[in-house]
Design a protein. Structure first.
Length: 633
């Protein structure tokens, strides 16, 4: 005879709590298993060894009052200005250098000072006027913390006090204005002291209290009274542990909930100190669970999103679904996270999210990229988008380098892909698309790298291709089409690589070629890379290696602009990637190596070319500046 199953709740509090915890975890597993939608894609920009970062472990990140981004690594301090890194290290015997190369913590003050916490060199601050590093001293001139102190975290509170978390000597409070120092440490005989002298993180609560992460849990410190309430045992129990747990990160969010990142998972204490605690742990068989129980960093961004840095990737918590979207390193995707082990998180004033990793430097992500949505083809090569155009029906055409052409319905998100088919003369002639344009007739023009110019008329799926014909001077001048422009008169201009510029005549279905750059004739280069029309109807032609040319379509006159190293009035570089004419007629030129430069006002030209009676141009030199209406010259 079988015994009846006893379904009564266990009588002891500990047993009842264990059962309730099991039920909660099981319920969470069921809810996560029901719906696990794909994570919204993130595309990261990397800043690592290739960019000059001396060491891959980025322990701390902060932006100073001047906008510079500072990265603390295991081998010095790096300053990033948006373009390049400047590496600073300790120089023995040199006054004003760093006290130690292991930079564990950073904090930026409103007065411009940058505070640096080191592992073995105490605390210093950087003078923004001189760039020198000054060891931290108290009002009496003595060291506020030991010069050999191992600092783990720094926090500047709203009252201007600096809190210094140390590895073995507790928590130090420094009044920056007066130099007054107060130290908080563990006492085995006083439960109202820190749970442990090893302090790993500090966060400020909305009511002015301080949350302190230690090797044995998390504490709440009242800065006024100096009394401490220990919450570590409650967090450990919620995580299903019977022993104290190390807390690595702590954060009070905008709702007032306290998030606690530990070596054994993530916990949320509702209302920052309330009775209800939710636990989140890694479950390998549960999609949407925490990617790793080792939580190293926590950040709530300005949109209220909660980010969790773990030893197995970056997690984004979906508050509504109660699940985690995880982003990891993918070897085949250069825009993925550079390293799975995330140890620091920071959001700068521009809203950019910075992710410090243990071995591969720092990654940057722009949250605004999600405002535009994201489209990714089935082919990994399709991530290299080279051009796009939109027609009047709401279709977005995306050209890629290697994965052909995609037509995306912006209303439904449905995509149709076009690829080169060797046995189909009406397919896309080359999967390497360099330019795309939809003209006022609704015709799509596609410039390819090696197979000429393709045309797709409205309502059709068959491409018509224009290619060079050596026997026909009115054919396309070269097979590589780099740029396209439809001017205000409806003319289609085609910039080619190796054949110069051509204008398509729809009436005759032929091209008018503009001569190559031989013997100083016409355009400054036969490699046209960018096109733009100004308010006067003249066409700006950017070239590869030949600078910038201005063509008058009516007279054939060409004005050339070239870079001259010793003259700042000239073009910044001779390889032009893009040309843009703004609403005021100002011309902006994007170059290789010379950056972006406005051509608003006179620019010294290299030469002016006027047409010969036969229709071919001749060159005459000029040393004067030439300007045209609307800032064109």
């Amino acid at each position: 005879m079988r015994k009846a199953l006893d379904t009564r709740m266990p009588r002891t509090p500990g047993a009842r709590q264990a059962v309730l915890l099991g039920i909660a975890i099981a319920a969470a597993a069921l809810s996560l298993a029901r719906a696990a939608p794909a994570a919204q894609p993130m595309h990261f920009t990397h800043l690592g060894a290739d960019a000059g970062l001396a060491q891959g472990g980025v322990m701390a990140i902060v932006q100073d009052s001047q906008g510079f981004l500072w990265l603390g690594t295991e081998d010095g301090l790096d300053r990033y200005d948006g373009y390049a890194l400047q590496h600073l290290i300790r120089q023995r015997g040199v006054p004003g250098s760093l006290p130690n190369n292991w930079i564990a913590a950073l904090a930026s003050a409103p007065d411009g000072r940058l505070w640096i916490g080191t592992d073995g060199g105490g605390v210093a601050w950087r003078d923004p006027m001189t760039g020198r590093f000054v060891p931290l001293r108290s009002a009496a001139g003595d060291a506020s913390v030991s010069p050999e102190e191992k600092v783990r975290a720094l926090h500047l509170d709203h009252g201007g006090r600096l809190w210094i978390a140390t590895r073995t000597a507790g928590l130090v409070e420094l009044d920056v204005a007066t130099g007054r120092v107060r130290r908080f440490q563990h006492s085995g005989t006083d439960a109202a002291t820190l749970s442990d002298d090893g302090v790993l993180a500090v966060a400020e609560g909305r009511n002015g209290e301080l949350w302190v992460a230690t090797h044995l849990g998390v504490d709440r410190l009242d800065p006024v009274s100096g009394r401490v309430a220990r919450l570590g045992s409650r967090v450990a129990t919620a995580l299903g542990l019977t022993a104290p747990v190390q807390v690595n990160a702590v954060l009070e969010d905008q709702r007032g909930d306290l998030w606690v990142g530990t070596d054994a998972g993530l916990a949320k204490i509702e209302a920052a100190g309330g009775e209800r605690i939710e636990a989140y742990r890694n479950r390998r068989d549960m999609p949407g669970s925490l990617p790793s129980d080792r939580v190293q960093a926590l950040l709530e961004d300005d949109a209220g999103r909660l980010w969790i840095g773990t030893a197995a990737g970056l997690a984004l918590f979906d508050r509504r679904a109660g699940r985690f979207d995880t982003y990891r390193h993918e070897a085949a995707d250069p825009a993925s996270l550079p390293d799975d082990y995330v140890i620091s998180l920071y959001q700068d004033r521009a809203g950019l999210l910075w992710i410090g990793t243990k071995t591969k430097g720092v990654a940057k992500w722009n949250p605004r990229s999600w405002s535009f949505g994201h489209q990714l083809g089935d082919d990994p090569a399709g991530t290299a988008v080279t051009t796009f155009a939109e027609d009047g029906k709401g279709t977005l055409w995306l050209g890629t380098f290697g994965a052909g052409l995609s037509a995306i319905d912006r209303r439904t998100g449905a995509a149709r892909h076009y690829h080169h088919q060797p046995n189909d003369p009406h397919s896309l002639p080359d999967d390497r698309v360099m330019a795309a344009h939809v003209d006022h007739y609704g015709t799509l023009w596609v410039g390819t790298m090696t197979a000429g110019l393709a045309r797709l008329d409205p309502g059709t799926t068959a491409f018509r291709t224009y290619q060079p014909d050596p026997a026909d001077p009115h054919s396309l001048p070269a097979p590589g089409v780099m740029c396209l422009l439809e001017d205000t008169r409806g003319n289609l201009w085609v910039g080619t690589y190796g054949g110069g510029l051509a204008r398509f005549d729809r009436g005759t279905d032929r091209f008018r070629r503009y001569p190559l750059a031989r013997a100083g004739e016409s355009l400054s280069s036969d490699r046209a890379t960018a096109l733009a029309e100004d308010p006067t109807g003249q066409v700006w032609v950017g070239t590869d290696g030949g600078g910038l040319s201005l063509l008058d379509p009516d007279t054939g006159t060409v004005v050339r602009f070239a870079h001259q190293p010793d003259d700042t009035r000239t073009l910044s570089a001779n390889t032009v990637y893009d040309v843009h004419v703004d609403t005021r007629g100002g011309v902006w030129v994007g170059t290789r190596g010379g950056g972006l430069g406005p051509r608003a006002g006179p620019m010294k030209s290299a030469s002016v070319i006027t047409p010969r009676p036969t229709g071919w141009p001749t060159t005459r030199s000029t040393a004067s500046s030439r300007t045209r209406p609307g800032g064109c010259g």
